[in-house]
Design a protein around this ligand. Structure first.
Ligand code: MIG
Length: 791
């Protein structure tokens, strides 16, 4: 295809390799991230995912060898051959990733008369019209992760996936190749070493991880450039760090966004919302956010309210806010084709909608009936859409929910040649489809930011790589099925590894009817997912926390309250996300890569570094095995029993118990109970402390700010470090690493588990303490530094 190497030259961070038929570029982004590029479609590398690419000036070598060009960075050796075949080695010259040289040989398939399907014309992806295909050699003991929101297991070996944003309402099962989101990124692990590949191509792409043939895996695209990044680890954390360095990191949200959200299709009219809101407060179940699904609108016209159902939205939302409820309203992309409707007319006049190939505004059908599609790939359109957010913000809406932005359509799919302006570089639907939702949420984010000055809360269904910079995601229309609760764990873990740290599923399930037991188990998972929203479809039975019986309500209350207790811990993780890109919900292997037993654990996850959750995801199950990863000790959150890592244990888990383990050496910050974020000012922060193993030490950073503005970016935050050392005695030191936020806690309440001290000395002075729940409690003021000894 490309031919043999004719010549090469090096300029800045790039090596240009002239092939017989085309020129390829290899760019050293930094010593461990390399971009491979061939302009098959457009001359320029214009990424929709990577904004402000930071190329690190670094020294590297490029020289000609016998039959290749060798590029050497501090971390990698990259050999480039004829036909742009690439082999990559680590600094020691050990092979990490090799292109596959043999012939493609799809596994045999048989047709009805036992003839080989190949003879009957069974085709490989290359023959199916793939314009770009990269085939890499697969080793026996490889594991794959990432790919965003996909069904199936954690390890993606053996799967074939398609990246083409798809709204399919039937129950999502393991054989689904595509859902709402397209994140063409994966992580490969072999011999405990990891690397990532980000195939930055917005067309329909395919990833076949050894399904066609277990000797190789490939990725391909129907069109577009050959443009992929190789990101070396060797730790998975470094790969995720590198990928999110390229595509961006989920920014710190407002604190209330981490509270409990209640949704259904739809709470409408107004009275139904009051009934809901009163129930939460009356029943002592915390809730921060109510979602308004499509029926709040006037005939599904976006940026309007139905005046019969909500006569005075502004007053209504203000009253809700007084009770601590924030409103999130759904906004779909489809604009009703309706002369006289302001949004429609404005967009039409300015030429802001996608057109057919002849330039005529393209019409399809969605909820409002005949509708037109804003061209979000055009900056002007995004600015206009961003300005429209003001309408909702002026009503008092706190966040925006973007649905149907795959884009979905009821009158058959949008033709591939529907046209988008794409900032002056005209592009067809087949190129824009996968970034339509991405750009819509970007516009929404920017509008909310502009008009509120606060951290925007946007939730989107469709996305592409990099959308994490603008929006949280939910996994679309799952169903109230145990299978979907089970599947949600690997799905969320892989979304997290793919940069989408702020994510969640519809707790209780969207379609189908939930049951008391299923909701009880689902809320136990939801309490640890960054986005914690119960949502259900029209016509399904009620599934609010109290919808079933007292026992189910009690379990909902218990776990939603646990979530509110853990809010400062989850907020700490979100702050880390902005800095590291590492997710909230993590597969165990992310933190325990040396422990190969973690590589295929589908039904346990870490919430941050300190909490391991092993939920029950099967009907009727009351006991399960839990694998505790090697290298740490783990404390049962409920019984405080301590276990060594590196073993399976058996845990009894009656319906109200979700098995939760805290890593020995953890400090878990806790808030006092409240009905919603900000109901009380937290003056005393509780530290739930699990001492390190004897002879060990550990530390924890706790972050505090105003919970809503961007002032933290100017240093207006507090950062506390807690250092635990368990030598002859347990000592705890408290220090302030940053002192920029003026509403600092007045004191700390320390709860230390599993100790029976005779005395406690704070800064040289003996203090009183209480015995409680298998540990002790005492209070210290929060001024400067402290040194605490537990004797
Ligand atoms: O065609 O707005 O995934 O959460 O409740 C269905 C109605 C449209 C799909 C979303 C779902 C939402 C529903 N929407």
């Amino acid at each position: 295809m490309f031919g043999n190497i004719k010549s090469y030259n090096k300029a800045d961070n790039k090596v240009f390799i002239q092939y017989e038929n085309i020129m390829a570029t290899v760019e050293v982004i930094n010593p461990y991230i390399i971009n491979f590029f061939v302009p098959l479609h457009r001359e320029q590398r214009v990424s929709k995912a990577v904004e402000n690419l930071e190329v690190e000036p670094c020294s590297f070598d490029a020289k000609e060898e016998k039959n290749s060009i060798l590029i050497t960075t501090e971390r990698l050796q990259v050999r480039i051959f004829d036909e742009f075949k690439v082999d990559i080695y680590d600094e020691m010259g050990r092979v990490i990733c090799e292109d596959y040289r043999g012939d493609r040989k799809p596994a045999p398939r048989r047709t009805g008369d036992f003839k080989l399907a190949e003879e009957e014309g069974h085709k490989t992806a290359q023959e199916q019209g793939a314009e770009v295909t990269i085939v890499k050699k697969m080793e026996e003991d490889m594991f794959f992760y990432g790919f965003g929101e996909k069904t199936g297991h954690l390890n993606k070996k053996g799967y074939h996936y398609k990246m083409w944003n798809t709204d399919d309402p039937s129950p999502h099962v393991e054989s689904y190749e595509a859902l709402y989101k397209s994140i063409p990124f994966f992580i490969a692990m072999k011999d405990k070493k990891a690397f990532g590949i980000f195939f930055d191509n917005t067309f329909e792409t395919h990833f076949d991880m050894g399904k066609e043939n277990q000797n190789y895996y490939y990725f391909s695209s129907v069109d577009g450039n050959l443009d992929y990044y190789f990101i070396y680890g060797p730790s998975v954390k470094e790969v995720v760090g590198g990928y999110t360095k390229l595509t961006g990191r989920a920014p710190l949200p407002q604190l209330w966004a981490l509270g409990y959200h209640q949704s259904r299709w739809s709470y409408s009219p107004e009275e139904s919302v009051w009934e809901l809101a009163d129930n939460f407060r009356k029943r002592d179940i915390p809730c921060d956010v109510i979602h308004f699904d499509i029926d709040y609108m006037d005939g599904y016209r976006v940026f309007t309210w139905d005046k019969n159902r909500f006569p005075n939205p502004k007053d209504f939302l203000a009253k809700l806010k007084e009770k601590g409820f924030k409103a999130v309203t759904i906004i779909d992309p489809g604009v009703k084709k309706d002369k006289g409707y302001k949004i429609y007319d404005e967009g039409l006049e300015k030429g802001y909608y996608a057109t057919d190939k002849d330039g005529v505004t393209y019409v399809n059908r969605v909820w409002p009936g005949d509708s037109v599609y804003p061209d979000f790939a055009n900056e002007k359109v995004r600015n206009w859409w961003a300005d429209n957010q003001k309408i909702m913000m002026d009503y008092g809406v706190s966040g925006i929910w973007n649905d149907m932005n795959e884009p979905a359509s009821f009158n058959g799919p949008l033709p591939m040649d529907v046209m988008f302006n794409n900032d002056g570089i005209e592009a067809q639907h087949k190129e824009i489809h996968n970034v339509y939702g991405h750009y819509m949420s970007k516009a929404t984010y920017e509008g909310i930011k502009k008009y509120t000055g606060k951290r925007p809360f946007v939730i989107t269904r469709a996305c592409y790589a990099g959308t994490q910079k603008y929006s949280t995601v939910w996994t679309g229309d799952n169903q109230s099925l145990w299978e979907h609760l089970r599947m949600s764990l690997p799905m969320l873990m892989n979304l997290g590894l793919s940069g989408m740290a702020f994510c969640g599923t519809d707790v209780g399930g969207f379609g189908h009817d939930c049951t008391p037991e299923l909701l009880s188990r689902w809320v136990q998972v939801g309490a640890f997912t960054p986005l914690f929203r119960n949502h259900s479809a029209m016509n399904t039975r009620d599934q609010e926390p109290w919808a079933f019986d007292e026992k189910t309500e009690e379990i909902n209350r218990k776990y939603i309250k646990l979530r509110y207790k853990l809010l400062p811990y989850i907020y700490d993780i979100m702050w880390q996300v902005e800095n590291t890109g590492l997710p909230v919900i993590r597969p165990l292997l992310l933190n325990y890569q040396e422990d190969g037993n973690t590589y295929e654990i589908n039904d346990e996850f870490l919430c941050g570094d300190n909490i391991l959750v092993a939920p029950i995801v099967e009907q009727g199950r009351k006991v399960r095995t839990v694998y505790l990863p090697e290298g740490d000790n783990w404390v049962d959150y409920w019984t405080k029993e301590e276990f060594q890592g590196g073993q399976h244990i058996i845990k009894e888990a009656p319906l109200d118990v979700c098995p939760i383990y805290i890593k020995a050496g953890s400090v878990i910050p806790n808030y006092p109970p409240q009905n919603y974020v900000g109901e009380i000012e937290v003056k005393e922060l509780t530290l739930d402390i699990y001492p390190p193993v004897k002879g060990e030490s550990s530390s924890y950073l706790h972050y505090q700010d105003d919970g809503e503005s961007f002032e933290y970016r100017d240093g207006k935050y507090n950062l506390f470090e807690f250092l635990l050392e368990n030598n002859n005695e347990l000592s705890i030191s408290v220090s302030t690493k940053n002192d920029g936020f003026n509403k600092k806690y007045e004191g700390l309440k320390l709860h230390i588990n599993n100790v029976e001290p005779s005395e406690i000395v704070v800064d040289g002075v003996k203090v009183d303490f209480d015995k409680s729940e298998g540990g002790i409690d005492f209070v210290v003021s929060l001024k400067g530094e402290h040194n605490i000894k537990i004797k």
